[in-house]
Design a protein around this ligand. Structure first.
Ligand SMILES: [Zn+2]
Ligand SMILES: [Zn+2]
Length: 235
Protein backbone atom coordinates (compact mmCIF):
# COMPACT_ATOMS: atom_id res chain seq x y z
CA UNK A 1 0.00 0.00 0.00
CA UNK A 2 1.26 3.38 -0.87
CA UNK A 3 0.79 6.20 1.56
CA UNK A 4 -1.35 9.08 0.54
CA UNK A 5 0.51 12.19 0.62
CA UNK A 6 -0.86 15.51 0.66
CA UNK A 7 -1.06 14.16 4.15
CA UNK A 8 0.83 14.42 7.41
CA UNK A 9 3.37 11.59 7.86
CA UNK A 10 2.56 11.57 11.56
CA UNK A 11 -1.25 11.61 11.70
CA UNK A 12 -2.48 11.52 8.09
CA UNK A 13 -4.35 14.83 8.24
CA UNK A 14 -4.09 17.28 5.32
CA UNK A 15 -1.16 19.70 5.11
CA UNK A 16 -1.67 23.42 5.24
CA UNK A 17 0.66 25.96 3.64
CA UNK A 18 1.52 29.41 5.01
CA UNK A 19 2.61 32.24 2.73
CA UNK A 20 5.31 33.27 5.25
CA UNK A 21 7.70 30.86 6.98
CA UNK A 22 6.94 29.83 10.55
CA UNK A 23 9.24 28.41 13.23
CA UNK A 24 8.45 24.69 13.61
CA UNK A 25 9.93 21.71 15.42
CA UNK A 26 10.38 18.46 13.45
CA UNK A 27 8.27 15.66 14.92
CA UNK A 28 11.06 13.10 14.34
CA UNK A 29 14.44 14.80 14.94
CA UNK A 30 13.11 17.58 17.24
CA UNK A 31 15.23 20.22 15.51
CA UNK A 32 13.71 23.61 14.86
CA UNK A 33 13.32 24.93 11.32
CA UNK A 34 11.41 27.66 9.58
CA UNK A 35 8.89 26.14 7.21
CA UNK A 36 5.83 26.97 5.18
CA UNK A 37 3.94 23.74 5.80
CA UNK A 38 2.58 21.64 8.63
CA UNK A 39 -0.55 19.55 9.10
CA UNK A 40 -3.86 20.77 10.47
CA UNK A 41 -2.78 19.56 13.91
CA UNK A 42 0.58 21.32 13.71
CA UNK A 43 2.84 18.32 12.97
CA UNK A 44 5.92 19.22 11.01
CA UNK A 45 8.45 16.83 9.43
CA UNK A 46 11.72 18.33 8.15
CA UNK A 47 12.95 17.66 4.61
CA UNK A 48 15.75 15.36 5.83
CA UNK A 49 13.43 13.18 7.91
CA UNK A 50 10.84 13.19 5.11
CA UNK A 51 13.40 11.93 2.58
CA UNK A 52 15.70 9.65 4.56
CA UNK A 53 14.25 6.21 3.80
CA UNK A 54 13.28 7.28 0.28
CA UNK A 55 16.86 8.28 -0.52
CA UNK A 56 18.11 4.87 0.63
CA UNK A 57 15.56 3.24 -1.68
CA UNK A 58 16.67 5.42 -4.60
CA UNK A 59 20.38 4.65 -4.21
CA UNK A 60 19.96 0.92 -3.68
CA UNK A 61 17.67 0.53 -6.70
CA UNK A 62 19.97 2.57 -8.96
CA UNK A 63 23.02 0.53 -8.01
CA UNK A 64 21.38 -2.76 -8.93
CA UNK A 65 19.44 -2.01 -12.13
CA UNK A 66 20.86 -2.48 -15.62
CA UNK A 67 18.14 -0.38 -17.27
CA UNK A 68 18.96 2.50 -19.60
CA UNK A 69 15.40 3.84 -19.40
CA UNK A 70 15.23 6.61 -16.78
CA UNK A 71 11.42 6.73 -16.86
CA UNK A 72 11.14 3.03 -15.99
CA UNK A 73 13.81 3.48 -13.32
CA UNK A 74 11.90 6.41 -11.83
CA UNK A 75 8.59 4.52 -11.98
CA UNK A 76 10.12 1.54 -10.15
CA UNK A 77 11.55 3.82 -7.47
CA UNK A 78 8.22 5.62 -7.10
CA UNK A 79 6.58 2.33 -6.14
CA UNK A 80 8.68 2.22 -2.97
CA UNK A 81 6.45 3.05 0.04
CA UNK A 82 8.99 5.59 1.32
CA UNK A 83 8.75 7.66 -1.84
CA UNK A 84 5.74 9.78 -1.08
CA UNK A 85 3.31 11.25 -3.59
CA UNK A 86 5.07 14.60 -3.38
CA UNK A 87 8.25 15.61 -1.62
CA UNK A 88 11.86 16.75 -1.90
CA UNK A 89 13.14 13.19 -2.43
CA UNK A 90 12.10 13.75 -6.08
CA UNK A 91 14.86 16.38 -6.33
CA UNK A 92 17.39 13.58 -5.91
CA UNK A 93 15.38 10.86 -7.66
CA UNK A 94 15.17 12.55 -11.07
CA UNK A 95 18.94 13.06 -11.31
CA UNK A 96 19.66 9.61 -9.85
CA UNK A 97 17.44 7.87 -12.43
CA UNK A 98 19.16 9.85 -15.18
CA UNK A 99 22.69 9.12 -13.91
CA UNK A 100 21.87 5.41 -13.78
CA UNK A 101 20.30 5.24 -17.24
CA UNK A 102 23.14 7.34 -18.66
CA UNK A 103 25.77 4.99 -17.27
CA UNK A 104 23.81 1.93 -18.47
CA UNK A 105 23.52 3.49 -21.96
CA UNK A 106 27.29 3.80 -22.20
CA UNK A 107 28.04 7.03 -20.34
CA UNK A 108 31.36 6.83 -18.60
CA UNK A 109 30.85 7.74 -14.98
CA UNK A 110 31.51 6.17 -11.60
CA UNK A 111 27.85 5.61 -10.74
CA UNK A 112 28.26 5.19 -7.01
CA UNK A 113 30.27 8.38 -6.69
CA UNK A 114 27.85 10.23 -8.96
CA UNK A 115 24.82 9.11 -6.94
CA UNK A 116 26.45 10.24 -3.70
CA UNK A 117 27.08 13.64 -5.25
CA UNK A 118 23.51 13.75 -6.59
CA UNK A 119 22.21 13.13 -3.09
CA UNK A 120 24.49 15.84 -1.63
CA UNK A 121 23.16 18.39 -4.10
CA UNK A 122 19.56 17.23 -4.35
CA UNK A 123 18.96 17.30 -0.60
CA UNK A 124 19.85 20.98 -0.47
CA UNK A 125 16.97 21.92 -2.73
CA UNK A 126 13.95 22.67 -0.55
CA UNK A 127 10.50 21.13 -0.91
CA UNK A 128 7.90 23.55 -2.26
CA UNK A 129 10.40 25.61 -4.29
CA UNK A 130 8.28 25.21 -7.43
CA UNK A 131 5.62 27.39 -5.83
CA UNK A 132 7.75 29.61 -3.60
CA UNK A 133 10.82 30.20 -5.78
CA UNK A 134 9.36 29.63 -9.23
CA UNK A 135 11.80 26.85 -10.00
CA UNK A 136 10.75 23.19 -9.69
CA UNK A 137 13.30 20.86 -8.07
CA UNK A 138 12.79 18.22 -10.78
CA UNK A 139 14.14 20.70 -13.34
CA UNK A 140 17.05 21.66 -11.08
CA UNK A 141 17.79 17.95 -10.67
CA UNK A 142 18.30 17.79 -14.46
CA UNK A 143 20.80 20.66 -14.22
CA UNK A 144 22.59 18.82 -11.39
CA UNK A 145 22.69 15.65 -13.50
CA UNK A 146 24.29 17.47 -16.46
CA UNK A 147 26.71 19.26 -14.13
CA UNK A 148 27.78 15.98 -12.51
CA UNK A 149 28.35 14.01 -15.74
CA UNK A 150 30.35 16.90 -17.23
CA UNK A 151 32.27 17.82 -14.02
CA UNK A 152 30.96 21.35 -14.37
CA UNK A 153 31.86 24.11 -11.88
CA UNK A 154 30.95 27.81 -11.83
CA UNK A 155 34.15 28.40 -13.83
CA UNK A 156 33.36 25.97 -16.67
CA UNK A 157 32.51 27.37 -20.08
CA UNK A 158 30.62 25.12 -22.51
CA UNK A 159 29.21 22.73 -19.92
CA UNK A 160 28.25 25.64 -17.65
CA UNK A 161 25.98 26.65 -20.51
CA UNK A 162 24.72 23.09 -20.90
CA UNK A 163 23.84 22.71 -17.22
CA UNK A 164 21.82 25.90 -17.15
CA UNK A 165 20.20 25.22 -20.50
CA UNK A 166 19.17 21.72 -19.42
CA UNK A 167 17.44 23.10 -16.31
CA UNK A 168 15.71 25.78 -18.35
CA UNK A 169 14.42 23.36 -20.97
CA UNK A 170 13.00 21.03 -18.34
CA UNK A 171 11.51 23.97 -16.44
CA UNK A 172 9.87 25.49 -19.51
CA UNK A 173 8.16 22.20 -20.31
CA UNK A 174 7.08 21.73 -16.69
CA UNK A 175 5.70 25.28 -16.64
CA UNK A 176 3.74 24.71 -19.85
CA UNK A 177 1.37 22.27 -18.12
CA UNK A 178 0.43 24.72 -15.32
CA UNK A 179 -0.18 23.86 -11.68
CA UNK A 180 -0.92 22.74 -9.05
CA UNK A 181 2.37 20.95 -8.62
CA UNK A 182 2.71 17.24 -9.10
CA UNK A 183 6.07 15.68 -8.31
CA UNK A 184 5.27 12.73 -10.61
CA UNK A 185 4.27 14.84 -13.63
CA UNK A 186 7.24 17.14 -13.11
CA UNK A 187 9.67 14.23 -12.73
CA UNK A 188 8.51 12.53 -15.95
CA UNK A 189 8.63 15.83 -17.82
CA UNK A 190 12.10 16.72 -16.53
CA UNK A 191 13.47 13.28 -17.42
CA UNK A 192 12.10 13.43 -20.98
CA UNK A 193 13.71 16.84 -21.48
CA UNK A 194 17.03 15.52 -20.15
CA UNK A 195 17.01 12.44 -22.40
CA UNK A 196 16.50 14.65 -25.45
CA UNK A 197 19.21 17.04 -24.27
CA UNK A 198 21.82 14.33 -23.70
CA UNK A 199 21.11 12.71 -27.06
CA UNK A 200 21.46 16.07 -28.81
CA UNK A 201 24.59 17.33 -27.04
CA UNK A 202 26.45 14.15 -26.18
CA UNK A 203 25.11 11.54 -28.58
CA UNK A 204 24.19 9.09 -25.84
CA UNK A 205 20.79 7.51 -26.32
CA UNK A 206 18.86 6.59 -23.21
CA UNK A 207 15.62 4.71 -23.79
CA UNK A 208 12.16 6.04 -22.98
CA UNK A 209 8.78 4.29 -23.20
CA UNK A 210 6.54 5.11 -26.14
CA UNK A 211 3.85 6.32 -23.79
CA UNK A 212 4.08 7.11 -20.09
CA UNK A 213 0.98 6.26 -18.08
CA UNK A 214 0.98 7.51 -14.52
CA UNK A 215 -0.32 5.12 -11.87
CA UNK A 216 -0.53 7.76 -9.14
CA UNK A 217 -3.44 9.88 -10.44
CA UNK A 218 -5.90 8.57 -7.86
CA UNK A 219 -3.55 9.40 -4.99
CA UNK A 220 -3.06 13.00 -6.03
CA UNK A 221 -5.93 15.24 -4.96
CA UNK A 222 -4.64 17.98 -7.24
CA UNK A 223 -4.08 15.79 -10.32
CA UNK A 224 -4.77 17.69 -13.55
CA UNK A 225 -6.71 14.62 -14.73
CA UNK A 226 -7.14 14.39 -18.47
CA UNK A 227 -5.15 17.63 -18.91
CA UNK A 228 -2.01 15.82 -17.67
CA UNK A 229 -0.08 14.21 -20.55
CA UNK A 230 0.62 11.14 -18.40
CA UNK A 231 -2.97 10.61 -17.30
CA UNK A 232 -4.58 7.48 -18.69
CA UNK A 233 -7.46 9.59 -19.99
CA UNK A 234 -5.25 12.23 -21.58
CA UNK A 235 -6.61 13.40 -24.92
ZN1 LIG B 1 -0.31 15.57 11.69
ZN1 LIG C 1 13.61 16.05 11.21
Amino acid sequence: MRKNDNACLVCGKPLIYYTKPQLMKCHFCHQEFTSYACCEDGHYVCDDCHSKKGIEAIISFCLKTGSSDPIRIAQSIMEDPFIYMHGPEHHTMVGAALLTAYRNAGGEIDLKEALTEMHERGKQYPGGSCGFWGCCGAAVSVGMFISIITNTTPLSSKTWGWSNEATSRALAKIASYGGPRCCKRNSFTAILAAVEFVSEKMGIGMEVPERIVCTFSDENHECLGKRCPYNQNYQ
